[in-house]
Write a new protein. Structure first.
Ligand SMILES: [Zn+2]
Length: 402
């Protein structure tokens, strides 16, 4: 819940306007807040003194006279955010500055993916260790985010696919109590979509859906009219459980032929191995160490058997996505995760099939792109969301006032 503007003091309001806009002049702050120029001059001077904002002349050697046309920005060094992405055998950490710029990141060994408070304690300790290793004082970290490869409720509870119907783990509440700072817990696919929307392949497009396809799961995050879609319960984006093959195998959700079981990378490898066992010719030989990456490489070099299994994935994804695009009206699709290795032909195949299956008015707008950001995208996206919340709740200005 954001602090209502009416109950905020004027200094917090100014800071929030500068954070949301990225930069602003004193005159623009006057227009946006209705405060007099005299009040703004006084508050800006106070905020600069507290180290919360900078003006263009502050760097590198400004004299700080503060004309109304000088540009004001948040001081990136006024605090930090830590973002974690956590899944089966996957832990990525980022540290950002106060406006979301990535300062450091790492991918490291993950603790067992078991929904419990002891796992959360382990993650909190790893986050502290990571900040310390980068020379960042934990007292300057203002917020932490945890992007989970699992179901997450709107209250930040960890609802596990492995324990449906069991007691949810109060991840946000537990970490906030442990760390004494605001914590944001999010579904990894929405965190991933957030980063790609702001800084990756989705920049500038108001309507888009990002798919994160991994070794174990498939999720999605959608933006409509520039806003991330999120239900009141927090559950959503479960595109992996759209049935695309009614005669397919049983899924953990209880349906048969869900998308997830057909396109996750280990399923593609299994399909390919099955073809080899039935005598299909390929440059990859049965008994070799067959990985998804190896299949993508062979497909790129013209291996028909290898490309066929990727093409099947494109067909399954198109079946699930076409209806989704029709419902959302979002023509831009961003593909993230290991499928980024699948090459331009896979992207073209998916794009053509989607164009053929969506309603005509959307068909000519359909565009499929690979995600652009590095492998820390999901950890970063969560940190960006956590920062938005922290600024909206005056966390930075309260800490700076101490
Ligand atoms: Zn399912």
């Amino acid at each position: 819940m954001n602090t209502p503007r009416s109950t905020r003091n004027s200094a917090d309001l100014l800071v929030q306007v500068i954070y949301e806009r990225g930069q602003a002049t004193r005159a623009e702050l006057g227009e946006h807040t209705g405060l007099s120029l005299n009040t703004i001059l006084r508050l800006v001077s106070e905020l600069r003194g507290r180290g919360l904002i900078l003006e263009s002349r502050d760097a590198p050697d400004g004299n700080g006279r503060g004309r109304p046309s000088d540009m004001l920005r948040i001081n990136p060094a006024c605090g930090y955010a830590v973002g974690l992405e956590f899944g089966e055998s996957r832990l990525t950490l980022v540290i950002t500055d106060a406006v979301g710029g990535v300062l450091h990141w790492t991918a490291t060994d993950a603790p067992p993916f078991v929904p419990s408070t002891s796992t959360l304690d382990h993650l909190a300790a790893l986050a502290r260790d990571f900040a310390a290793a980068q020379g960042i004082d934990w007292h300057h970290v203002r917020t932490l985010s945890l992007a989970l490869h699992d179901l997450v409720s709107a209250e930040g509870e960890w609802l596990s696919w492995s324990n449906l119907g069991g007691e949810p783990v109060p991840a946000r509440a537990h970490l906030e109590a442990q760390l004494a700072m605001p914590v944001h817990v999010e579904d990894v696919s929405r965190a991933f979509a957030e980063a790609e929307f702001r800084y990756g392949a989705g920049r500038g497009a108001p309507d888009q859906i990002a798919l994160l396809i991994g070794n174990q799961g498939v999720g999605s995050g959608a933006f409509l009219n520039g806003a991330l879609m999120k239900s009141a319960s927090g559950i959503g984006g479960e595109i992996g459980h759209i049935v695309v093959e009614p005669d397919g195998g049983l899924c953990q959700c209880g349906n048969h032929g869900c998308l997830v079981n057909l396109i996750v990378t280990h399923a593609v490898v299994a399909r390919f191995e099955d073809r080899l066992a039935h005598g299909l010719l390929s440059a990859i030989k049965s008994g070799e160490d067959i990985t998804f990456a190896r299949i993508c490489q062979a497909a790129e070099l013209g291996d028909k058997a290898a490309y066929t299994v990727l093409q099947e994935s494109a067909t399954y994804i198109a079946r699930a996505l076409a209806s989704t695009l029709n419902i959302l009206g979002a023509p831009l699709v961003i593909i993230g995760g290991q499928y980024r290795q699948a090459g331009s032909r896979f992207l073209d195949d998916l794009s053509i099939q989607l164009s053929q299956q969506v309603i005509p008015v959307l068909a000519h707008q359909v565009e499929v792109r690979y995600a652009e950001l590095s492998e820390y995208a999901s950890a970063w996206g969560g940190a960006l969301q956590a920062l938005d919340r922290a600024w909206a709740n005056d966390v930075f200005s309260r800490q700076a006032a101490r």
